[in-house]
Design a protein around this ligand. Sequence first.
Ligand SMILES: *[C@@H]1O[C@H](CO)[C@@H](O)[C@H](O)[C@H]1NC(C)=O
Ligand SMILES: *[C@@H]1O[C@H](CO)[C@@H](O)[C@H](O)[C@H]1NC(C)=O
Ligand SMILES: *[C@@H]1O[C@H](CO)[C@@H](O)[C@H](O)[C@H]1NC(C)=O
Ligand SMILES: *[C@@H]1O[C@H](CO)[C@@H](O)[C@H](O)[C@H]1NC(C)=O
Length: 420
Amino acid sequence: MRFVKSVKPAAAAISLISAGIPKSLDISSTTSVQSVAKTIAQNTMSFYKGTDDQFVDLDAPYYWWQCGAMMGSMLDYSHYTGDHTYDKKIATAIVAQAGPDFDFMSPAHAGQEGNDDQAFWGFTVLAAAERNFPQPRSDIPGYLELGENIWKSLASRWDTSTCNGGLRWQIFASNPNGLDYKNAVSNGGFFQLSARLARITGNQTYVEWANKVWDWTQGTGIINEYYQVLDGASSAKNCSDVSAAHTPSFSYSQGIYTYGAAVMANISTGADQDKWTDRTKRLLESSQNYFTPFGDVKNSTDVMYEHACEHIDICNTDMRSFKGYFSRFVYASKIMVPSIKPTVDRLLHTSAKAAAQGCQGGSQGTMCGTKWYVDGFYGDAGLGEQMSALETIQGILIDQANPPLMGDDIKTVRTFSSSS
Ligand SMILES: *[C@@H]1O[C@H](CO)[C@@H](O)[C@H](O)[C@H]1NC(C)=O
Ligand SMILES: *[C@@H]1O[C@H](CO)[C@@H](O)[C@H](O)[C@H]1NC(C)=O
Ligand SMILES: *[C@@H]1O[C@H](CO)[C@@H](O)[C@H](O)[C@H]1NC(C)=O
Ligand SMILES: *[C@@H]1O[C@H](CO)[C@@H](O)[C@H](O)[C@H]1NC(C)=O
């Protein structure tokens, strides 16, 4: 990803208030949620030109990582709604990225691959493993092995030359913007993958790394005293330049760390469990930053928004998708730490209703917009907007879905022919 250092103003936002019937989402009705999610999933997939047998890159302006993120959103769609229409396309897209060493260092995408991009595909690969998702190609290892390979590749780049450790944002010198930056999403991605692999395998190496990456992140102040996850720090300055006043913060980083902490709480016992549960709760409390406090305007309290950019209309293409991953991981967190369910449901269900009422754009009057705290459709109808609404709405169904699998419940490789 390559946004932080150049937050460019987006094109002037257009406000289109559709005269169509607002999408009314009845969050207490599974059928209503499934049907709204189905429409938004269709909208999401309209950006993808691949087939059941062939991967195709997303068109500009969408980077390679966003395709990985999209396949993750669609995996969630399949799992939460039970609609398997897109499964083969999703699986084909995922395994096509494995690369010669089966670690998602895809030579074709090297120009667009930083540690965070690889981690995003990693989230998707582990989600496939945790659901025994069918795997379409016998010449490629199963999802769990792919996920472990991604983890090893990230671990090999842990860099102690500055800042006492940490992953840099970029991998290749040919992507100089970000080589001297250690950021929350790369390290948070590595942290969350460590936690999930610890849960899946029970291997202590992953537990140790989850602790190490967490401690490093707090040590730099990227997770600050208020449990706000800030964007990153400069390795050229030995990570001494991070501050809430000058460093932006994005919802997805908060969500990525929250889920990692929740998974650690779930697999820990005794004092460790208390410690990780406390961290999960503090991260969630701090997430309140990403929900509107504007109670006096259009009843919009507790509606999710990207506070670094959204209300001033400068979110770029990547940023408009962040609310989706934030929702994904905050919903997933309540499965790991059930005591946070009331808070999660209050925030995300309110946001889901608000998101749905804005899905009135495009020629069919169903495309979702950028801002949810205003009446009707507002902003653009891009892929990020669809994914953000999709994850926030379909996540309502998470309590009815099987929790992520672990241990021997994860089967090595399931093919499509034997699965349906
Ligand atoms: C960089 O910061 C770390 C603490 O984060 C410190 O241990 C180390 O000595 C610092 N290095 C330099 C060269 O200042
Ligand atoms: C634990 O995981 C690490 C990292 O993937 C690996 O090197 C090691 O072999 C694993 N240990 C066991 C006992 O599987
Ligand atoms: C806010 O909610 C109240 C009570 O549900 C309703 O009467 C009022 O019309 C709403 N205001 C707006 C601007 O939607
Ligand atoms: C861990 O997560 C499972 C769902 O996978 C849940 O049933 C269980 O209560 C959680 N355990 C703890 C200690 O919170």
